[in-house]
Design a protein around this ligand. Structure first.
Ligand code: GCW
Length: 682
C-alpha cells in the first residue's frame, strides 16, 4: 500500500513492540460498549477498526463481558458495567468533556475502563487510549483523569464557496458544496475522526471574508448535511456572517445594527439556521477590517454589532466570535495599536455570549510576534485566541515549520495583567478573570490534497493545535513525540532525530526570514518569498519598508515613547523589560527599537554582523534538517520520505533566497561587508 499520508496520525497498523502487543492483546481482547447512540456507534466503530489493526486480528465489540479481561467504555448512564464501578467521585472531577482511563479489578475480572460523564467524554477517552496504544505505552496500571483546559477548540476554515481557500496551500476546500447535501464524501468522516481524536469540538466552515450566500436555504441544506456528519463526533458547526447580509439577502437599505428591521432580519435568519442545524454554534465575524462591512459603517461600535447578533443567538445557545483583527489605512497610527485602541474601551460592554477573537500577535501571524497587547487588557471580556495553522508567512505548503513552540511561546508569555504569572494561556482559558466561556481558534491548513496539508509535516501543526487547545501545558517535545510515533514509527533511531528537526524548524524559519524582531518582509500580497524592498502601495502598512525602517543609520521599528509608543499598550512590567534595548529580548529587538548597525548585540557582534549570522544560520539549519532526513531513508516509507526530501530541497533553496535577498538589500543601507567566514550571497 502506498503511503500517501491520508491516514494522518490515525494509522492503525500492527503494534511493533512484541511485549506491548502481548499486553494489549491480553487486556483488550474483548471490547464491551453498552448502549446505543450515534456517538457510541462512533466509539464502537473506531475501537473495532483500530484494535483490529493494532492487535492484528479481528476485534469485535460486544454488549456483555464473557472473558477474564475486557475493555469497557461508557458513562454510568449508558453502561451498567461502568455504573457498577462506582466512579462518581472521580467522574465529578472531569466535567462534561473529560474522561477517566483506569485499570480496575471488579468481581474477578480485569477491566480497562474508559469512563466519562458524557458520551463525548467517552469518545475523547477512546482516542486517548488509542494514542497510548499507538505510542506503545504501558496500559497495565492506568490512572488517567483528563479534561480540556479550554472550552471551545475550533478550526477556522478560510474556505470560499467556490472551493478556493484563502491562504490555503493544500489544494481546494474539502467542502464539496456542489455535491452537498446528497453526496457525503468519506473525507468529511475522516476529518471528523481526526479532529475528535485531538479534541477539536467546533468548525467554522467558511472564510471570514464572508459570502452571505452561505446563509441562504440552498447552502443551509448543505451546512446541515455537514453538521449531521460531525455531530456524533462532538463537533459543532459555525458559520461566518457577512455583516451586510441584511442588505444583500434581505434587500434592506441598511445593515445598521441598531435598526429594528436589521435586528428582526437577523433574528429570523438565525431562527431559520436553527431549523436546519438545531445545535448550530454561532458566528465568527470579521467586520470593519480590510474592507469588510461592519457596524462602523453606521457609526456604531464593534460592541453594537456583536451584541445585536449575540442577542438573537442567545435564546438558541449560540455565540458570537467577533474578531479583533482590524486595521484601516485611514488610521494613520502604527497598525500595531489599532485593535487595542478600538477594543480596549469596549471592555465590559459585550453581551455574555460574545467572545473577542484576538490573533496571537498585533500585526499578522508573523514567524515571531510578541503577544497581542489585548491579552490581559480586557478582563471583562472572554478573549479567544486565534492562531494560524496554515503557514501563510512561514513558507506555506513547502517549508517544514513545526508550530507548537510558536503557539506555546505566546501562551506562556506573561501579560502581568494581575501580577506575575498572568500568562496569555490563563487569559484565554478564562481562569484569570473567571469567565464561563473560553476558546482557541486555529486557521486550518487543510485542503483536498491527498495528505490534507501539502507538506507531510503540516499535519503536525493541525495535531499540535488541537492538543494545545486541549491542554496548553503539554510540551512541544511531547506533542512532537506523539505525532512522530503515530505518523511514522516509534523506532528509537527515528523519534529523537525527527523531534530535533521539528523543534528547531520554526526558529530556522525566523532566522532566514525575519530574525531579531524584523517582520512583514514577505513578498507583496502572496507573502511567500522575500520582499523587504516593497514600497509605494495603496497603504503604508502594506509595504515592507513601513516595518523595517532601514536607513543608513540602522534598522527596526521604534515602538517606544520616542516612536509609535505601541509599547505603552502593555503592562508596566512588560514595558519596563522591552523599552530598553539592553533588556529587550533579542528576538523582539527590532520589533520595538530602531537600532544602529554598529550597536553591540549579546553575541558581542555588531547588529549588522549578527543579522548576517542569523540569516546564514537559518540556511544552515535547513541543511542540517536535510542531512537528518537523508539519514532516515529506509526508516520512513519511500513515498513520504521522498516527498519530504523534495520539500526540504525547496526550503533550502528558499532559505538561501531569503538570506541573499534580505542581506543584499539591507546592505544597501548598512554599507558593511558580510563577515568573511560566512557563505557569500549569490
Ligand atoms: O493574514 C491576513 C491575510 C488575509 C486574511 C486576514 C484576516 C482572511 O493575509 O488573507 O483574510 O489576515 O485574518 O482577516
Amino acid at each position: 500500500q502506498a503511503e500517501d499520508g491520508y491516514r494522518l496520525w490515525q494509522r492503525y497498523d500492527l503494534v511493533q513492540d512484541k511485549e506491548r502487543l502481548q499486553q494489549y492483546r491480553k487486556s483488550l481482547g474483548q471490547v464491551v460498549v453498552q448502549g446505543a447512540s450515534p456517538t457510541l456507534t462512533v466509539v464502537k466503530e473506531e475501537l473495532e477498526m483500530a484494535l483490529t489493526g493494532l492487535l492484528g486480528s479481528k476485534v469485535a465489540v460486544s454488549g456483555a463481558v464473557s472473558k477474564k479481561a475486557a475493555l469497557v467504555a461508557g458513562t454510568p448512564a449508558t453502561s451498567s458495567l461502568v455504573k457498577d464501578l462506582s466512579l462518581e467521585p472521580q467522574l465529578k472531577e472531569v466535567g462534561q468533556e473529560g474522561f477517566l482511563l483506569l485499570s480496575q479489578k471488579h468481581k474477578g475480572k480485569s477491566y480497562t475502563v474508559i469512563a466519562a460523564n458524557t458520551e463525548k467524554g467517552v469518545l475523547y477517552g477512546t482516542f486517548h487510549l488509542l494514542r497510548l496504544l499507538k505510542t506503545q505505552q504501558d496500559i497495565q496500571n492506568l490512572k488517567v483523569s483528563n479534561s480540556p483546559k479550554t472550552k471551545l477548540r475550533i478550526l477556522n476554515h478560510w474556505d470560499n464557496l467556490d472551493r478556493t481557500v484563502e491562504r490555503g496551500y493544500a489544494g481546494f476546500s474539502i467542502w464539496d458544496w456542489h455535491k452537498l447535501p446528497d453526496y457525503i464524501d468519506q473525507r468529511y468522516l475522516d476529518y471528523a475522526r481526526a479532529n475528535a481524536s485531538i479534541g477539536i469540538n467546533g468548525t467554522v466552515l467558511t472564510n471570514v471574508n464572508a459570502n452571505s450566500l452561505v446563509l441562504t436555504p440552498e447552502y443551509l441544506k448543505k451546512v446541515k448535511a455537514l453538521a449531521d456528519v460531525f455531530r456524533p463526533y462532538g463537533i459543532k458547526v459555525y458559520l461566518t456572517a457577512r455583516f451586510s447580509s441584511p442588505i444583500e439577502l434581505g434587500k434592506l437599505k441598511t445593515a445598521d445594527p441598531l435598526n429594528p428591521e436589521v435586528k428582526e432580519w437577523w433574528k429570523n435568519k438565525v431562527n431559520e439556521i436553527y431549523t436546519y442545524v438545531p445545535d448550530f454554534g454561532g458566528f465568527t465575524v470579521k467586520a470593519n477590517s480590510e474592507g469588510q462591512p461592519g457596524p462602523q459603517n453606521y457609526n456604531r461600535s464593534h460592541a453594537d454589532g456583536a451584541n445585536m447578533l449575540a442577542e438573537v443567538l442567545a435564546p438558541k445557545g449560540g455565540i458570537v466570535m467577533w474578531r479583533a483583527f482590524v486595521y484601516d489605512n485611514n488610521v494613520p497610527d502604527d497598525r500595531h495599536k489599532q485593535a487595542y485602541t478600538e477594543f480596549k474601551p469596549l471592555d465590559g460592554t459585550f453581551k455574555g455570549n460574545v467572545m473577542v477573537q484576538v490573533k496571537n500577535g498585533a500585526i499578522d501571524f508573523q514567524p515571531r510576534e510578541p503577544f497581542h497587547p489585548l491579552f490581559g487588557a480586557m478582563p471583562k471580556t472572554p478573549l479567544m485566541m486565534e492562531f494560524q495553522i496554515t503557514q501563510e508567512y512561514l513558507g506555506q505548503g513547502t517549508h517544514l515549520a513545526y508550530l507548537a513552540p510558536m503557539f506555546k511561546e505566546t501562551l506562556e508569555a506573561d501579560t502581568y495583567a494581575k501580577g506575575k504569572g498572568s500568562t496569555v494561556a490563563k487569559v484565554v482559558d478564562g481562569s484569570l478573570d473567571r469567565h464561563p466561556i473560553s476558546g482557541m481558534a486555529g486557521v486550518a491548513n487543510i485542503g483536498n490534497d491527498i495528505n490534507w496539508t501539502s507538506h507531510p509535516f503540516g499535519q503536525a501543526n493541525w495535531y499540535a493545535f488541537g492538543r494545545l487547545a486541549w491542554d496548553y501545558d503539554l510540551t512541544s517535545e511531547a506533542i512532537a513525540d506523539e505525532w512522530i510515533k503515530m505518523t511514522f514509527s516509534s523506532s528509537p533511531s527515528l523519534v529523537p532525530a525527527v523531534r530535533k528537526m521539528m523543534m528547531g524548524s520554526r526558529e530556522a524559519v525566523v532566522n532566514y526570514m525575519t530574525p531579531m524582531g524584523l517582520h512583514h518582509l514577505m513578498g507583496w500580497s502572496h507573502h511567500y518569498g522575500p520582499g523587504p524592498w516593497i514600497k509605494d502601495k495603496p497603504r503604508a502598512d502594506w509595504t515592507s519598508v513601513y516595518y523595517h525602517r532601514a536607513t543608513e543609520k540602522g534598522i527596526g521599528f521604534d515602538r517606544t515613547k520616542t516612536g509609535s509608543n505601541a509599547l505603552s499598550q502593555y503592562a508596566p512590567e512588560v514595558q519596563a523589560q522591552w523599552q530598553n534595548p539592553a533588556t529587550c529580548p533579542e528576538e523582539f529587538l527590532l520589533w520595538f527599537h530602531h537600532v544602529a548597525w554598529d550597536a553591540k548585540t549579546k553575541s558581542g557582534r555588531t547588529l549588522w554582523d549578527e543579522l548576517c549570522y542569523r540569516y546564514s544560520g537559518g540556511v544552515d539549519s535547513v541543511r542540517t534538517m536535510q542531512k537528518t532526513w537523508d539519514s532516515l531513508a529506509g526508516q520512513v516509507d519511500k513515498e513520504r520520505h521522498h516527498q519530504v526530501k523534495q520539500y526540504l530541497a525547496i526550503q533550502e533553496k528558499d532559505a538561501r533566497w531569503w538570506r541573499d535577498a534580505c542581506l543584499l538589500y539591507f546592505q544597501t543601507f548598512s554599507k558593511r561587508p558580510i563577515p568573511q567566514e560566512l557563505e557569500k550571497p549569490q
